[in-house]
Design a protein around this ligand. Structure first.
Ligand SMILES: Cc1cc2nc3c(=O)[nH]c(=O)nc-3n(C[C@H](O)[C@H](O)[C@H](O)COP(=O)(O)O)c2cc1C
Length: 420
């Protein structure tokens, strides 16, 4: 089971947490090859592996130029911490595709093949993998693309079972992934299936039914980093709220270790750590679907209610409390106190009043329709952009500001200095 490339999601502290739970193959956040070559500090920071990442660690690059790609691979190899490089051919957002990057590269399989062949033939000494969707726009050409990638010498191909146009709508199409597996039987290129793996049972079932060499998890790992342990042991872990506080406090500690435990480090981490609760809050022991936005148990204890809250203000408070707590007991006590207090209950009423979403991001990543009216109403009010798109747009804007010599917004500045 592989941790997916996730802009903002799979930064070093988060990967360290996943590695604790047995993640053995992980991708870092996507890097723009051009910026890496220009010496961008944030992109360079993305070449660092976590201290406990004993398995394979790969970085994903976005480029459509052979020279740029080869120069990046050389630089990445020289950094000495990376086991493989992945080429992003799946990003669907306009900011990438209008520059011919991401999923736009699927429109011209010949050109993509030339790019991959050019990189492979440069023989930099680091394996090249490719991540695609079923096709660009709404055209499914994954069979053609996979053949081209095989012939060009890609070491592995990850297929997210949706077209670029589908974004996260519809269920991922694993039948198409299975067809590619069948077609690639006699080749050395590994096939990794991706899309909607939310439990270790899903993962096993997909491996068995399609014959993929591995599966990649994105949102499932952001919701419960212990999915890797569940996959290894085959046993579902149903952590109590206290257990989860301990896990989340560990993530706070890893953020401190990475960004430093001082005011500046805290500011840098504040771009990532509270954001992770947009996914962590979706965990629910009896629910398999990450798509559930609101847990309607009625009787949940305060701490559970707080940890399930989708409100970004609550996420910031949770992150602050975890950062400041000396031990798990203190964290549980302080979080419970906040959960039982008036501030949180008024927040909660506001959240329920607005339909339960309360500002937490990521609902756009849903593809399973809700069956309650509140969820449906909220959904129609949400912007169309996915979390991934928003992240990519932020990255693009940051780049533009840099090119114009403008100062970054404070929290982005934190991301820049500390990288990921
Ligand atoms: C927050 C977020 C950021 C993402 N960033 C990237 C990225 O930089 N590169 C990429 O190839 N895919 C990216 N993706 C897509 C995932 O890698 C994955 O293909 C997709 O989420 C489907 O897998 P899942 O159903 O397990 O989440 C991102 C997804 C999310 C939710």
């Amino acid at each position: 089971m592989i941790l997916a490339p996730l802009t903002r999601g799979c930064n070093l502290p988060y990967r360290r947490l996943c590695a604790d739970f047995g993640c053995k193959v992980a991708f870092g956040e996507m890097i723009y090859a051009r910026n890496l070559l220009k010496g961008d500090a944030v992109e360079h920071a993305r070449l660092r592996r976590a201290p406990n990442e004993g398995g394979l660690f790969g970085v994903q690059i976005a480029t459509n130029d052979v020279e740029e790609a080869v120069a990046s691979l050389k630089l990445i190899k020289a950094a000495g911490q990376i086991d493989f490089v992945d080429l992003n051919c799946g990003c669907p957002i306009n900011e990438a595709t209008r520059r011919g990057l991401g999923s736009a590269m699927l429109r011209n399989p010949n050109r993509l093949a030339e790019l991959v062949l050019g990189i492979v033939e440069a023989d930099v000494g680091i394996p090249l993998t490719v991540k695609v969707r079923l096709g660009a726009d709404n055209k499914n050409n994954v069979m053609r693309v996979s053949k081209e990638m095989r012939d060009a010498g890609a070491a592995a191909l990850t297929i997210h079972g949706r077209t670029a146009q589908q974004r996260y709508s519809n269920a991922a199409n694993w039948d198409e992934i299975a067809k590619v597996v069948a077609e690639s039987r006699d080749s050395d290129m590994l096939i990794v299936g991706n899309g909607d793996i939310l439990t270790h049972e899903d993962a096993r079932a997909k491996i068995e039914s399609t014959g993929v060499d591995s599966v990649m998890v994105g949102r499932g790992a952001l919701e419960k980093p212990w999915i890797f342990q569940e996959f290894e042991t085959g046993v579902r872990w149903n952590p109590s709220a206290r257990d989860r506080v301990a896990v989340y406090r560990r993530l706070a500690q890893y953020n401190k270790d990475h960004f430093r435990d001082d005011a500046r480090g805290r500011k840098m981490a504040s771009y990532f750590f509270p954001w992770h609760f947009e996914f962590l809050c979706r965990y629910h022991s009896s629910k398999n679907d990450i798509q559930s936005r609101w847990i309607d148990d009625g009787d949940m204890p305060p701490l559970d209610t707080l940890l399930a809250c989708k409100n970004t203000f609550a996420h910031r408070r949770i992150a602050d409390i975890l950062w400041d707590s000396v031990g798990d007991e203190e964290a549980v006590a302080k979080l419970t106190e906040f959960a039982e207090g008036g501030e949180f209950s008024s927040l909660l009423s506001a959240v329920i009043g607005d339909g339960g979403g309360g500002g937490g991001g990521g609902e756009e990543l849903s593809n399973i329709p809700g069956n309650d009216k509140k969820v449906r109403k909220r959904r129609s009010m949400k912007p169309k952009r996915t979390e991934e798109e928003i992240e990519q747009i932020r990255a693009e804007r940051k780049l533009k500001r840099e090119r114009l010599g403008m100062t970054d917004h404070e929290h982005v500045n934190g991301g820049r200095r500390g990288g990921n």
